[in-house]
Design a protein. Sequence first.
Length: 301
Amino acid sequence: MDILINSQKLGELLLKRLVVQFKRAFLHNDKNVCLPSTRFISHIVNQRLVHKILALEILTLPVEMPTDDSVEVAIAFLKECGVELTEVSSKGAGTIFEMLKNILQIRQTLVFRVRKDGFKDHQSVIESLELVEENDQFTHLLTLDEATDLEESERTFKNVRQVIELCHMFLNCCAEQRTYEKFYGLLAQRFCAINKIYVEPFEEIFKDTYQTTHTNRLPNVSKFFAHLLFTDAIGWDVLECIKLNEEDTTSSSHKFIKILFQELVEYTGLSQLNRKLKDEALLESLAGVFPKSIHPKKKMN
């Protein structure tokens, strides 16, 4: 989902690619590309990941150069993000409606009926997709006329991909050793300390590893992540992915958790780890690790 991948660089790169795709399709009068591009952008507008200016510009362009296809694109876009535009820029949305009113004959009945009904069939943000706290969201300011350096965007994407691949390489090299080599944990810790760009990939890899790692790789992998947690190279809130219950806990994940905490005890001592786990800031993230009720079969041995 777009809101979940909105690290600032990836979110901006996605937006730039969508804008370029829309502009090319619009210039070539390619409605089949314009419609999905604008629909994607409309959902990004609804999630407030991009400033309203872009939405108003996208609407103005087909209205100022009206054809049957361009007006259809404008109407489809307005139906998808009309609620959000009306809330954040009622004047701008009103201007677009007035421009459409002067152009449309038959189709105006549909779009104005949608507006009159309060866009009831076209919600701004579906409640189940409100996944990120408002304070954690980032809104990009991007316009149609803004120069988009595609080569720079490609370099940005390539750099991000290389960071993710490097993080996977550290973990895979560690996992392939016959026994755990602390060198790999120290190396990953150092990279996280030098540049915070490595922190998020390692945190995501932790969550994915918990769900998918094969039993044979678990000892080294668990110790690798225990080192990153102990040194605070990654945040302890990654533990929120752990759910100790009958449905979500497998034999592999059970072993992963067991080795992870045994290693943390070795690093910190039992009393210090106990204090860490009682930190109020971590209570919500640890709710699945220490559930209030747990099936006897799922207790740690």
